[in-house]
Design a protein. Sequence first.
Length: 143
Amino acid sequence: MKHYLALLVSISIAPATYARGVEVCPTLPVNAGLEWTYHEGPDFDVCYAAKPGSEANAFGVYLGNHPSFKPKDAVRIGKGRVANKKVIWYQQDPEDSSSAFGQQTLIVLDKKYGYVAHVWVAADTNQELQDRLSVLERITFKP
Protein backbone atom coordinates (compact mmCIF):
# COMPACT_ATOMS: atom_id res chain seq x y z
CA MET A 1 0.00 0.00 0.00
CA LYS A 2 2.85 2.41 0.84
CA HIS A 3 4.46 1.80 -2.58
CA TYR A 4 1.16 2.39 -4.34
CA LEU A 5 0.68 5.66 -2.44
CA ALA A 6 4.25 6.79 -3.24
CA LEU A 7 3.69 6.02 -6.93
CA LEU A 8 0.43 7.94 -6.92
CA VAL A 9 2.08 10.96 -5.28
CA SER A 10 5.01 10.95 -7.75
CA ILE A 11 2.65 10.77 -10.72
CA SER A 12 0.57 13.66 -9.42
CA ILE A 13 3.67 15.81 -8.84
CA ALA A 14 5.08 15.35 -12.36
CA PRO A 15 2.43 17.51 -14.13
CA ALA A 16 2.90 20.27 -11.53
CA THR A 17 6.63 20.35 -12.33
CA TYR A 18 5.93 20.69 -16.05
CA ALA A 19 3.28 23.35 -15.46
CA ARG A 20 5.84 25.51 -13.66
CA GLY A 21 7.21 26.74 -16.98
CA VAL A 22 3.84 27.97 -18.13
CA GLU A 23 3.30 29.68 -14.82
CA VAL A 24 6.72 31.37 -14.76
CA CYS A 25 6.75 32.78 -18.31
CA PRO A 26 5.12 36.15 -18.90
CA THR A 27 1.62 36.11 -20.34
CA LEU A 28 1.59 36.66 -24.10
CA PRO A 29 -1.15 38.79 -25.68
CA VAL A 30 -3.98 36.66 -27.06
CA ASN A 31 -3.35 37.60 -30.70
CA ALA A 32 0.47 37.33 -30.54
CA GLY A 33 0.67 34.15 -32.64
CA LEU A 34 3.53 32.94 -30.45
CA GLU A 35 4.01 30.26 -27.81
CA TRP A 36 6.57 29.78 -25.06
CA THR A 37 9.23 27.13 -24.76
CA TYR A 38 10.46 26.91 -21.18
CA HIS A 39 13.90 25.97 -19.85
CA GLU A 40 14.78 25.74 -16.19
CA GLY A 41 18.26 26.61 -14.95
CA PRO A 42 19.72 25.89 -11.51
CA ASP A 43 18.51 29.22 -10.12
CA PHE A 44 16.78 30.91 -13.05
CA ASP A 45 14.13 30.40 -15.73
CA VAL A 46 14.32 31.14 -19.45
CA CYS A 47 11.34 31.49 -21.75
CA TYR A 48 11.63 31.54 -25.55
CA ALA A 49 8.77 32.82 -27.71
CA ALA A 50 8.35 31.39 -31.22
CA LYS A 51 5.62 30.83 -33.79
CA PRO A 52 4.02 27.42 -33.30
CA GLY A 53 6.04 24.79 -35.17
CA SER A 54 9.02 27.12 -35.68
CA GLU A 55 12.45 26.69 -34.18
CA ALA A 56 13.35 30.36 -34.75
CA ASN A 57 12.88 32.36 -31.55
CA ALA A 58 11.22 35.76 -31.82
CA PHE A 59 12.38 36.83 -28.37
CA GLY A 60 13.45 35.44 -25.04
CA VAL A 61 13.17 36.29 -21.37
CA TYR A 62 15.61 35.31 -18.61
CA LEU A 63 14.09 35.50 -15.12
CA GLY A 64 16.48 35.39 -12.19
CA ASN A 65 19.03 37.22 -10.09
CA HIS A 66 22.26 36.90 -12.08
CA PRO A 67 21.87 37.79 -15.77
CA SER A 68 24.94 37.66 -17.97
CA PHE A 69 23.84 40.90 -19.67
CA LYS A 70 25.32 44.06 -18.12
CA PRO A 71 23.84 47.29 -19.55
CA LYS A 72 26.90 49.34 -18.53
CA ASP A 73 28.97 47.28 -20.99
CA ALA A 74 26.48 47.56 -23.89
CA VAL A 75 25.74 50.11 -26.60
CA ARG A 76 22.51 52.01 -25.97
CA ILE A 77 20.26 52.18 -29.05
CA GLY A 78 16.98 53.69 -27.86
CA LYS A 79 13.98 53.73 -25.58
CA GLY A 80 10.90 51.56 -25.61
CA ARG A 81 8.43 49.60 -23.51
CA VAL A 82 8.21 46.01 -22.32
CA ALA A 83 5.19 44.88 -20.32
CA ASN A 84 4.10 48.51 -20.33
CA LYS A 85 7.30 49.48 -18.47
CA LYS A 86 9.74 52.04 -19.86
CA VAL A 87 13.02 50.43 -20.92
CA ILE A 88 16.27 51.32 -22.59
CA TRP A 89 17.21 49.03 -25.46
CA TYR A 90 20.82 48.03 -26.02
CA GLN A 91 22.54 46.51 -29.02
CA GLN A 92 22.78 42.75 -28.77
CA ASP A 93 26.27 41.32 -28.94
CA PRO A 94 26.82 39.75 -32.40
CA GLU A 95 28.15 36.64 -30.61
CA ASP A 96 24.74 36.23 -28.94
CA SER A 97 22.58 36.72 -32.03
CA SER A 98 22.87 36.12 -35.74
CA SER A 99 19.85 38.30 -36.53
CA ALA A 100 20.28 41.63 -38.29
CA PHE A 101 18.10 43.41 -35.73
CA GLY A 102 19.00 42.14 -32.27
CA GLN A 103 18.47 44.16 -29.13
CA GLN A 104 18.14 43.57 -25.40
CA THR A 105 17.13 45.22 -22.16
CA LEU A 106 17.11 44.57 -18.44
CA ILE A 107 14.05 45.14 -16.23
CA VAL A 108 14.15 45.08 -12.44
CA LEU A 109 11.06 43.14 -11.33
CA ASP A 110 11.81 43.03 -7.59
CA LYS A 111 14.37 45.55 -6.34
CA LYS A 112 14.47 44.14 -2.81
CA TYR A 113 15.54 40.68 -3.98
CA GLY A 114 17.41 41.72 -7.13
CA TYR A 115 15.05 39.73 -9.36
CA VAL A 116 15.30 40.83 -12.98
CA ALA A 117 14.12 40.05 -16.48
CA HIS A 118 16.71 40.12 -19.25
CA VAL A 119 14.68 40.46 -22.45
CA TRP A 120 16.14 40.06 -25.92
CA VAL A 121 14.53 40.18 -29.33
CA ALA A 122 15.81 38.85 -32.66
CA ALA A 123 14.55 39.89 -36.10
CA ASP A 124 15.75 39.73 -39.68
CA THR A 125 13.86 42.82 -40.91
CA ASN A 126 12.84 46.13 -39.40
CA GLN A 127 9.15 45.21 -39.81
CA GLU A 128 9.69 41.92 -37.99
CA LEU A 129 11.45 43.83 -35.19
CA GLN A 130 8.56 46.31 -34.88
CA ASP A 131 6.00 43.47 -34.78
CA ARG A 132 7.93 41.69 -32.02
CA LEU A 133 8.45 44.87 -30.02
CA SER A 134 4.70 45.46 -30.23
CA VAL A 135 4.09 42.04 -28.66
CA LEU A 136 6.71 42.70 -25.96
CA GLU A 137 4.98 45.96 -25.04
CA ARG A 138 1.86 43.94 -24.22
CA ILE A 139 3.27 40.95 -22.34
CA THR A 140 2.53 40.73 -18.62
CA PHE A 141 5.04 39.59 -16.01
CA LYS A 142 3.60 37.42 -13.28
CA PRO A 143 4.09 38.31 -9.62
